[in-house]
Ligand binder design. Structure first.
Ligand code: MV4
Length: 455
């Protein structure tokens, strides 16, 4: 008898538990794999493109997310009614909800993502931090585990030196953090951090780290299958952000030294294998002024900015997620060593006032999407389509690829000039300004770039 044959089949039908550009992106990957799709939509999204382009569509509730895209019972009912065998959660909404992944498992529907136990573990930031430390992934100096007392916090902070940052273990993405500059402020801040964490995340667990005041935000993309194979697909530079909302991402990072990239990638690969992680995934790091990387958190989902990695590697990450969930092996999916080509940049085009950042929902009365060599647009926007006020304000992602960073910047500027959206305000003018800033062009920036520039 030979080795048991690995599954080469795919899913019969996939339900897309999301909306907007990512729902459309998942439908496209399914079309490329020949898999029929079911769109679910709220009453506000009845006339949206995912509804038009999926093979079937089911209304799951009113506009408010809590009663539609976050309503597990509605989504599972739609899945059972349409007889799908898998659900793709996209990003946001239920994408990192371990309870939802468990309901899927109990309903015999494959959740396209990591196992529920792994989602839970990665959702606890202090646990993820401890695991990474065990496998030699660099972390910032800080508390060993959850803080048990003010005395412990004072002792740890005293040892590592101020400023320090208190983080809610169940928080993440910038929620539930407090910076403390001196010992006299520690007790009150710890009490408030624990109180707020308990209220917001139903866990009062808080840990402590050395605070880096002007870091770069760099994240590694990975793919991991259900057979222990892991590939690291390089990094993305995500420092151009405002209040934890990324505005522009690129790959490779203009600041990451190749020896640091290689060292961290190798450690990460071992850690991800040990965790039993499977899916696409992102591991976030902070870079200090010396150019060293420190782990901060794991995102167990496909991310908004995944197309920049797709551009430089040529790998369809959403297709890979689906094949991984169907039991395919990474060597089969990738078909050879990962190769990196050139440089890619993504601009997030939001429906918002470029000066005040206020949301600007409404009807798109005129639209011209750019194209041409090196340009990709991921969007659910269309002429006369409406951007509803209930969800995040992302209307399009504009991705420029070139053989060098300069060529990618030139192509991005050209595409922004040809990108016309009428009827709503967008962040296009803001992106045009960023791309001509000397500090952006030289690659000399950190997470304070926007704040410093438009206070
Ligand atoms: C930090 C930090 C400085 N020092 N941790 C914000 C998002 C969350 N993933 C972690 N965050 C931060 N953690 C230490 N020890 C600064 C931030 C931070 C930040 C990180 C990435 C991108 C943008 C940011 C904006 C403000 C603060």
């Amino acid at each position: 008898m030979g080795k048991p044959s690995l599954p080469s089949g795919l899913f019969k039908k996939i339900l897309v538990a999301n909306r907007g550009e990512i729902a459309l992106r998942v439908i496209c990957a399914c079309k490329d794999l020949g898999i029929p799709t079911v769109a679910v939509y709220s009453e506000a999204d009845r006339n949206s493109l995912p509804v038009r382009f999926a093979d079937q569509a089911i209304c799951i509730g009113p506009a408010k997310s809590a009663r539609s895209y976050l309503d597990v019972r509605s989504i599972i009912s739609a899945a059972e009614l349409t007889n799908v065998d898998a659900i793709h959660p996209g990003y946001g909404f239920l994408s990192e909800n371990a309870a939802f992944a468990e309901v899927c498992r109990d309903s015999h529907i494959k959740f396209i993502g990591p196992r529920p136990e792994v989602i839970s573990a990665m959702g606890l930031k202090e646990r993820a931090r401890a695991i990474m430390k065990d496998y030699g992934v660099p972390i910032l100096p800080g508390s060993e585990g959850i803080l048990g007392s003010v005395e412990e916090a004072l002792e740890t902070a005293g040892k590592i030196g101020y400023p320090i940052i208190l983080k809610a273990s169940a928080g993440g993405g910038g929620r539930g953090m407090r910076i403390v500059h001196k010992p006299e402020e520690l007790e009150a801040n710890l009490m408030q951090a624990q109180q707020e964490a308990g209220a917001a995340f139903s866990s009062a667990d808080v840990y402590l780290e050395k605070y880096i005041s002007a870091p770069r935000h760099i994240e590694f993309q990975l793919l991991a299958d259900e057979h222990g194979n892991v590939e690291i697909l390089g990094e993305r530079e995500c420092s151009i952000q405002r209040r934890h909302q990324k505005l522009l991402e690129e790959s490779p990072s203009p600041a990451l030294r190749s020896d640091v990239r290689e060292r961290v990638s190798a450690k990460l690969k071992e850690a991800i294998k040990a965790i039993g992680y499977s899916n696409a995934g992102t591991v976030e790091f902070l870079m200090d002024e010396k150019g060293d990387l420190y782990f901060i958190e794991v995102n167990a989902r496909i991310q908004v900015e995944h197309p920049v990695t797709e551009a430089v590697t040529g790998i369809d990450l959403v297709k890979a997620q689906i094949r991984i969930a169907a039991g395919h092996t990474l060597p089969d999916i990738l078909g050879g060593p990962v190769q990196f080509r050139g440089h890619a940049i993504e601009c997030r085009i939001n429906a918002e006032n470029p000066e005040t950042f206020q949301p600007s929902p409404g009807r798109i009365t005129g639209l011209n999407l750019p194209g041409g060599i090196g340009i990709r647009v991921d969007t659910h926007a269309f002429q006369d389509g409406v951007i509803p006020p209930y969800y995040d304000s992302l209307v399009a992602k504009l991705i420029a690829h070139g053989s060098t960073r300069d060529e990618a910047i030139q192509r991005m500027k050209r595409a922004l000039d040809l990108f016309i959206v009428e009827g709503i305000h967008t962040s296009i003018p803001l992106h045009k300004r960023i791309l001509v800033e000397p500090d952006f062009i030289s690659g000399n920036f950190d997470t304070n770039f926007i704040k410093r520039w438009m206070p």
